[in-house]
Design a protein around this ligand. Structure first.
Ligand code: ZN
Ligand code: ZN
Length: 345
């Protein structure tokens, strides 16, 4: 038996269902019962992410293919509505940020703390696992992270992309005095900028080709912004490159700027293959790494957002009802000021 909050939980809920390419409909489903160590969360906000847009537009991302109707959304937060047997970490009424992937907890990668690399990860909004474009979701108690009341519902949801920034800065060993180049001022780039600053970076330069986003980067604390459609970055030798553009041609040029023993973290998705300036990477002993999601990042992300060092609310540009989730996925194509559209179920 689950312990329920006195506020009645309805028997059915609305979900937004992706049935095929550009085919998103509102559907009704039974509200699930939490099983052992599971928590039922009433979703209050879900950020839309490039990957959601990708599934909507193309029905796949690389080897992940939508073969059956799928609920999108993996950047979410809400309020605990009920807890299943054995849950000790959460109680009804608690506001939580949802970590959207549940690993197996037992494989070699999980046991060494790299659970983001678990081959049996079940991740929200990634086929065939349903995500959070839904009034309620079930999550494992280990992945329902309590948040302080000073964090907005939207900020609680956006701790997920902040976790991407935290993981990238850890991989890049960003610290006091670091000089950081952030390529691409989308949501992840704008988060990477703020996270690098919070990690102690001294000088941060952000590049993009969209003036509106560069203005936002400057507002959020970049020391310099460069529109690379107009001019190249000069006179700056970063020791860290946080690549958030995913544009193959830009990546090679950015790596060439990195100084000796520098670190390059490839976060942006897009090109399957990139040209690598091998001579530069070899002579300067540059470490080049990818990142896949994150592990053990929520405590840091909560602290960064709660302290105000990272402003997630500034990224939210549009809000939509669950019935208008399609608008949330397409607004970026119509409105160049869109940064992070949020769905409010
Ligand atoms: Zn995302
Ligand atoms: Zn595992």
């Amino acid at each position: 038996m689950s312990e329920t909050l006195s506020a009645a939980i309805p028997s059915t809920m609305r979900v937004s269902l992706l049935r095929g390419v550009r085919d998103l409909v509102l559907d009704e489903r039974p509200v699930p019962e939490p099983g052992p160590h599971q928590v039922l969360v009433r979703v209050t906000a879900v950020g839309t992410c490039g990957s959601d847009v990708h599934y909507y537009e193309e029905g796949r991302i690389g080897s992940f293919v939508v073969r059956q109707p799928l609920v999108l959304g993996h950047e979410s937060g809400g309020v605990v509505a009920a807890v299943g047997p054995g849950v000790t970490r959460n109680r009804p009424g608690q506001r939580v940020s949802i970590e959207p992937g549940v690993p197996c907890f037992t494989c070699d990668q999980c046991r060494t703390g790299r659970y983001n690399l678990c081959p049996d990860m079940r991740f929200f909004g990634t086929p065939p696992i349903d995500g959070a474009f839904s009034e309620y979701v079930l999550v494992h108690e280990a992945m329902a992270h309590p948040v302080p009341d000073t964090l907005s519902d939207e900020a609680a949801a956006l701790l997920e992309p902040l976790s991407v920034g935290v993981w990238a800065c850890r991989k890049a060993q960003v610290g006091p005095g670091s000089r950081v180049l952030v390529t691409g001022a989308g949501p992840i780039g704008l988060i990477a900028l703020q996270t690098a600053r919070a990690f102690g970076a001294d000088e941060i330069v952000v590049t993009d080709v969209r003036p509106h986003r560069l203005d936002l980067a400057a507002d959020l604390g970049a020391d310099a912004v460069v529109n690379v459609a107009e001019r190249a970055v000069t006179g700056f030798e970063p020791d860290v490159l946080l690549e958030c553009s995913g544009v193959p041609a830009a990546i090679g040029a950015a790596i060439r700027l990195v100084g000796r023993a520098g670190r390059v973290v490839l976060i942006g998705m897009g090109g399957d293959e990139i040209p690598l300036p091998l001579d530069h990477v070899q002579r300067y002993e540059i470490q080049v790494t990818g990142t896949f999601r994150y592990a053990n990042t929520w405590p840091a992300a909560i602290a960064l957002a709660a302290s105000g060092k990272v402003d997630l609310d500034r990224l939210v540009t549009h809000r939509f009802d669950l019935a208008d989730a399609e608008q949330a996925l397409t607004v970026a194509a119509r409105d160049e000021t869109a940064v992070k559209p949020v769905v409010r179920p």
